[in-house]
Design a protein. Structure first.
Lengths: 285, 588
């Protein structure tokens, strides 16, 4: 049905009348961010047009070269924080979710239904309810202002969603593959590592990238748990550019672009799979 | 559990199961009962302290009102009640100066132990008490007992009583009170408690051997322990009833009648209720647990796969969740207060001085969610129907451009829109200016413009999701159905109503449920665009909970909010699920 390019009938033009304004309205804020980022650091004047009037890259320069009083390269450190946290979250979360998804998909055992439903229920927990005890716990463990603490929290909260996504995929793999391997004398774990994992590589990659994106874009927990600039992730820093003390919209715009362009690329690459995962997870028992 | 029962023969009554469950039970009993005892003790100590403190404050207020030497009276109180009282204070109106102008009230305190911060807190407290008392006098109302106390942090609190110079005065002249020392934290558990709990555990094993189901035995034992706890502890009413009566009977000001007795009875009841609930919960949990243990013994392999993930989520998601639910029953210092937080939430409707605006925020959250989801679905569906037409060019390009908002991290979206709505430099006001409209202070003092800004942001952010879902569903509707409808002479609207909509429903329904939950908890948007302002009017439940947690540090209250959010969403999901199943059944 989606083969639109094959359409050979008469084409009409009036949908453009509606779609062009809607598209302009949709792109307007994004274009405005680009304009802001190119306006230099000298402040901006009110204007309607979202098209850049200057091409001044000083905002980017300021953002990238930012250091603190001790000479630490803050941009580098914070970027690294974001990358390390999102990366570790993905590795940890996916590692645990993969095996769990396989267990749920291929075994019948007491507690299976309860476990699956429990994982589904976590998606409904208001973040703040778990945030309060986690804050206290992290405080006690001295992990409050650290990458490790945040990574642990991100990874565990990502497990249920990843498990559901991967279980959905494992369910579609034919069981005959494993049965013939069992006859050949392979153990269950060997089958999982040698047969299932390679077959599911695309699904695992997609899930991993989502997990990465979610951690990369997370704001509230990072904003609440992190307090020193050297521990900030990029979202916290971006918010602070337009915080209560001083407001620097052009720095906000420049750093926003740096942070979002990679994930927006990822999003476009993965968008089709995301829709399937989100809706399938909620419907299947 | 139902799925596994048929395929796996679980050795239900094996010795191992019994031993394991008995052990689990005794542990649970020990922990819960001990926690309960401590909570009861703490509650009793707290009310007793409050009662004694109020009695001291009351007699001090009498002395001050009677015109005695204030400094001397304060010093006397401090030396006499040194065990309980850290300092005494009284606010005294400064009288009239040489020009006949009334001087402001002055806060007199005993020397030492009171720093500037505390002085400020005490000054504020006495002032607010005076105002409250004067108001109560004019309206003929009462002052709640709980109003007398104020939390000074670090488990230190102050209790003050307002006074007036003469029975006929219509205004309070000041307030006098004492700063209470931090209470001694309950020491470790008494050995007899542990003995009682062990006995209860033995009872469980016995009852199970007699043949009762595990959970019945467990609940019975738990209730026995509870009853023993409540009965054995000294009755608080006896301890402090006398001292509290003084406050109640004080005719200086009409305090709430018999406040403490009622408060204590309520505390005891709630303790009993919540512990009985916990007992039932354990009763419901332990049997499946024991069952799982035997299932793991029967065939460990599935649990090896699932175990690590379940354990990790258990420790860092489920346990915090449970602890959060528990925190909702405590106050700032971590003391058990029963349902006090929930009661405060419910009473926010009538109590104007309350720090929460639960009902107002709930109404706003519902309006917010409803308007957003409606707009998301309408816009998304309309665009999807357009994009589903095969007969114009550029559909793929439009689709790609229109999902840009979904790709942008949402905190960046929120901050960007905050910029767009900037009064001075924002392009929205620039556009209005070009049309000759005066600049609007979007994020200023008007709740309506703040709401509009939030709404615009979230609609922009959320319609692509609905559009993509609708488009996917539309594309899966076979063209033959439309052709058949056309042959039957159906109009465009009829086709939409009777072919498109019914076939869209299965895809749109889960998406709407998901969208509702997201919008209901759209923290980033509200927090970063309007910040909940002005005066918390555009707050949604989750941002208000965050405010209670991070700014006011009312952990218990914030947790109670979150529990309510969870219950609301759970109820919503269950009801909508039931509805979906019902419609599916009808459709079949």
């Amino acid at each position: 049905m989606s083969g639109s390019s094959n359409y050979t009938g008469k084409t009409i033009w009036w949908p453009h009348l509606l779609l062009v304004p809607v598209t302009i309205a949709t792109l307007y804020p994004v274009l405005y961010v680009v304009k802001l980022s190119l306006a230099g650091t000298g402040g901006v004047s009110a204007s309607v047009s979202p098209l850049p009037s200057t091409f001044d890259f000083t905002a980017f320069e300021t953002v990238v070269s930012r250091t603190d009083a001790q000479g630490t390269w803050l941009f580098g450190v914070q970027m690294l924080n974001s990358i390390v946290i999102a990366g570790l979250t993905t590795v940890l979360g996916i590692g645990l979710a993969c095996t769990a998804a396989y267990g749920f998909a291929r075994f019948e055992f007491p507690g299976r239904r309860m476990g699956l439903l429990g994982f589904l229920a976590t998606q409904m927990f208001p973040g703040i309810l778990t945030m309060i005890p986690l804050y206290v716990l992290m405080q006690k463990l001295n992990l409050l202002d650290s990458i490790a603490g945040l990574t642990l929290v991100y990874a565990t909260t990502s497990i249920p969603f990843c498990t559901w996504m991967l279980k959905g995929y494992f369910d579609t793999l034919p069981r005959e593959l494993e049965e013939s391997a069992v006859i050949d004398g392979a153990s269950r774990f060997t089958i999982f590592v040698r047969i299932i994992m390679p077959l599911s590589a695309p699904a695992i990659a997609v899930t991993a990238l989502f997990s990465f994106m979610t951690a990369w874009n997370e704001f509230v927990l990072a904003y609440t748990f992190l307090s020193s600039e050297a521990a900030f992730t990029m979202p916290v820093q971006i918010r602070n550019y337009v915080g209560d003390k001083d407001v620097q919209w052009s720095l906000f715009a420049a750093s926003s672009l740096i942070v979002s362009i990679p994930v927006m690329g990822l999003f476009y690459a993965l968008e089709k799979h995301l829709v399937g995962g989100l809706t399938a997870g909620g419907v299947k028992g | 559990m139902a799925g596994g029962g048929a395929t796996y023969a679980v050795t239900h009554g094996s010795t191992v199961t019994r031993v394991v469950s008995a052990l689990l039970w005794s542990t649970c009993l020990l922990v819960v009962a001990d926690w309960g005892y401590t909570a009861v003790d703490d509650a009793r100590t707290a009310v007793d302290r409050a009662g004694r403190g109020a009695a001291i404050a009351d007699s001090l207020a009498r002395t001050v009102a009677g015109g005695g030497d204030v400094e001397q009276a304060l010093a006397a109180v401090e030396s006499k009640h040194g065990a309980l009282v850290a300092a005494a204070f009284a606010s005294v109106s400064g009288g009239v100066d040489e020009f006949g102008i009334a001087r402001g009230a002055e806060l007199l305190t005993t020397k030492g132990r009171i720093d500037d911060t505390m002085r400020g807190q005490l000054g504020e407290h006495t002032r607010s008490l005076e105002t409250a008392a004067s108001d109560a006098l004019k309206r003929g109302g009462r002052i709640a007992f709980s109003r007398l106390a104020v939390d000074l942090g670090d488990r230190i609190e102050a209790i003050a009583v307002p006074y007036r110079k003469a029975e006929s005065d219509k205004e309070a002249a000041g307030a006098a009170g004492v700063v209470l020392k931090a209470p001694v934290v309950s020491e470790g558990s008494a050995p007899w408690r542990w003995a009682a709990c062990l006995l209860a555990a033995v009872l469980v094993v016995f009852l199970v051997r007699v043949g009762l189901p595990l959970w019945v035995a467990g609940v019975a034992a738990m209730l026995v322990v509870l009853a023993a706890a409540i009965a054995a502890a000294p009755t608080l009413l006896e301890i402090s009833g006398g001292s509290l009566d003084i406050v109640g009977a004080s005719r200086l000001f009409p305090h709430e009648a018999a406040p403490a007795a009622a408060a204590l009875a309520a505390a005891d009841t709630w303790l009993l209720v919540s512990m009985a609930t916990l007992a039932l919960l354990f009763g419901a949990l332990v049997e499946p647990l024991a069952w799982t243990v035997s299932a793991v013994r029967a065939d460990p392999s599935p649990y090896m796969y699932v175990g690590p993930a379940v354990l990790a989520t258990g420790v860092l998601v489920f346990v915090p969740f449970a602890v959060g639910v528990g925190i909702a029953f405590t106050d700032r210092g971590g003391t058990f207060v029963g349902m006090a937080n929930y009661i405060e939430v419910v009473q926010s409707l009538t109590d104007e001085a309350s720090v929460t605006h639960f009902w107002r925020t709930l109404v706003h959250t519902v309006i917010w969610t409803f308007s957003n989801v409606t707009l998301h679905v309408t816009i998304g569906l309309a665009l999807a129907i357009l994009l589903n037409r095969p007969d114009f060019r550029g559909r793929k390009l439009y689709r790609m451009l229109l999902i840009v908002p979904w790709a942008v991290p949402n905190y960046i979206t929120a901050l960007t829109w905050k910029w767009l709505f900037n009064t001075q430099y924002g392009p929205i006001n620039a556009m209005l200016g070009a049309l000759g409209v005066v600049p609007v202070d979007w994020l200023g003092e008007s709740a309506l413009t703040n709401f509009a800004a939030n709404l615009a942001t979230n609609v922009w952010l959320g319609f692509p999701f609905m559009m993509v879902i609708s488009l996917g569903a539309l594309q899966s509707i076979p063209a033959e159905l439309y052709e058949a409808a056309s042959i039957d002479g159906a109009s465009g609207w009829q086709k939409f109503r009777h072919v498109t909509l019914p076939l869209l429903k299965p895809a749109l329904f889960p998406a709407v449920i998901l969208g509702t939950i997201w919008t209901f908890n759209a923290f980033n948007i509200i927090y970063l665009v309007s910040g909940g302002g002005p005066d918390h009017q555009t707050e949604i439940l989750i941002t208000e909970a965050y405010y209670l947690f991070t700014v006011l540090r009312r952990l218990g209250l914030a947790a109670a909010y979150s529990v309510l959010i969870f219950l609301l969403l759970l109820g919503y999901t269950l009801i909508t699920n039931r509805l979906t199943q019902a419609t599916e059944a009808v459709d079949r």
